[in-house]
Design a protein around this ligand. Structure first.
Ligand code: FES
Length: 164
């Protein structure tokens, strides 16, 4: 159930449920800003304007404050520069089901590691701690869309499709 006195999340992406759970756990307290941003980053892999705006509205904080905290701590990653993003879930279930092989395949094909963007600016690779789809492990979120039960070949195929 959503709290109707607070804004709805930007989309019905399941990952917002994890973020909302963290917000509720902290009673939407303004001093839980860091935990909330942490929840966004561990679910989505990075922070972007939309997610920061949502956190600001939900905690009733000015957007500038949220930006300030997000850019002050090196821990937080802002939306990466690549035209396309691939977020690999490195949560336990995904890790056990083969994320290391997926990482290796991307590294070989695109010559990038986690947190990096290809030289041509087409693809950024990130990780998230759990994207809330453990039953589909291993999961990657490519341009916002979760794809599960991936083999390295399937992942490379999906990335090729996305990049075109
Ligand atoms: S561990 Fe990957 S979706 Fe939960």
């Amino acid at each position: 159930m959503f709290d109707f006195t607070r804004p709805d999340p930007p989309s019905d992406d399941k990952r917002w449920k994890l973020v909302l759970a963290e917000m509720r756990k902290n009673g939407y307290a303004q001093n839980s800003l860091i935990q909330c941003l942490h929840a966004v980053q561990s679910s989505f892999g990075f922070l972007d304007e939309e997610s920061m705006r949502f956190v600001a509205n939900a905690l009733r904080l000015p957007l500038s404050k949220v930006y300030g905290v997000a850019t002050f701590y090196h821990y937080f990653t802002m939306k990466p520069p690549g035209k396309h993003t691939c977020v690999l879930c490195t949560g336990t279930a995904c890790y056990i089901k083969g994320v290391p092989e997926l990482l290796k395949a991307i590294k070989e094909k695109y010559k990038i590691k986690l947190g990096e963007t290809t030289e041509d600016g087409e693809l950024s690779l990130l990780s998230a701690r759990c994207v809330g789809a453990c039953g589909l492990a291993p999961v990657a979120v490519i341009d916002g869309e979760a794809v599960g039960k991936l083999t390295p070949d399937q992942l490379l195929g999906k990335l090729k499709e996305a990049i075109g």
